[in-house]
Design a protein around this ligand. Sequence first.
Ligand SMILES: Cc1cc2nc3c(=O)[nH]c(=O)nc-3n(C[C@H](O)[C@H](O)[C@H](O)COP(=O)(O)O)c2cc1C
Length: 260
Amino acid sequence: MEKLDFITQHRSIRKYKPDPIAGETLNDILNAGIRASSSGNMQSYSIIVSRKQSLRKRLFYALREQKMTLQAPVYLTFCADFNRMRKWLALNNAPDNFDDFLGFMVAAIDAVLVSQNAALAAEAKGLGVCYIGSTLAHCEEVAQILELPQTVMPVVGFTLGYPAENPPLRDRLPLDGLVHHETYQDYTPQRVAQIYAKRDKKGWERYMALPQLRQKAQEAGVENLAQLYTTVKYTKPFHQELSAEILNFLKKQGFLKAEG
Ligand SMILES: Cc1cc2nc3c(=O)[nH]c(=O)nc-3n(C[C@H](O)[C@H](O)[C@H](O)COP(=O)(O)O)c2cc1C
């Protein structure tokens, strides 16, 4: 087996066996997670391990009832966290400069790097993961359930467990459409059409095979994948509403103080 196969063979897993995850296995995964690079090595993140059925049931509703969040034995939430560091600063009579946008970005980047390290470690051990966007989109509900204090913000989360499915690899846009050498080469319409050609066809076929989405697309008069993305899946009101919620909650959590 090529050493990188566990990365290049990644698939999000949405069906899980009920098998529990041994404490040692989980610790190995989390230890691999925290080996990620971290800004100033401040490790401005926290990882919440949710195993209890009662708690995961509450998360299931907050995460908009995606079945795998109940089926997988573990849900991991990766939070941007300056709470611990700020307490350490206070203990040592050091000023606190992290309750602002830069503080949030630094902590959020740290949290995401840890999450992806942990995801890869899990996959290397034969487990599967599926990131769940509602962790951020519905951050306030998630934070209430997990009892997150000030300057702790849920950023990403994923289900973790032993796969009960073996889905095909999802496509990626071609590498040369994503990489720029030395400086950014802006895209001509022809180049964009070329880069998206395969996805336009395969993605459309894939979504049209899902009866619910096909019906929504028909009702909305949607004719192609791009239209499906912004007319059905990620609409303007959806974005505006969630952006406002996230920004409000960031303020409430004590980030963005300097920004007013
Ligand atoms: C931040 C983030 C949020 C995601 N949220 C969801 C989600 O809520 N539900 C879901 O089924 N998949 C979710 N995914 C998984 C993506 O749909 C998936 O990674 C993408 O379609 C590519 O498929 P693959 O991971 O199997 O290669 C999310 C992925 C990321 C990175």
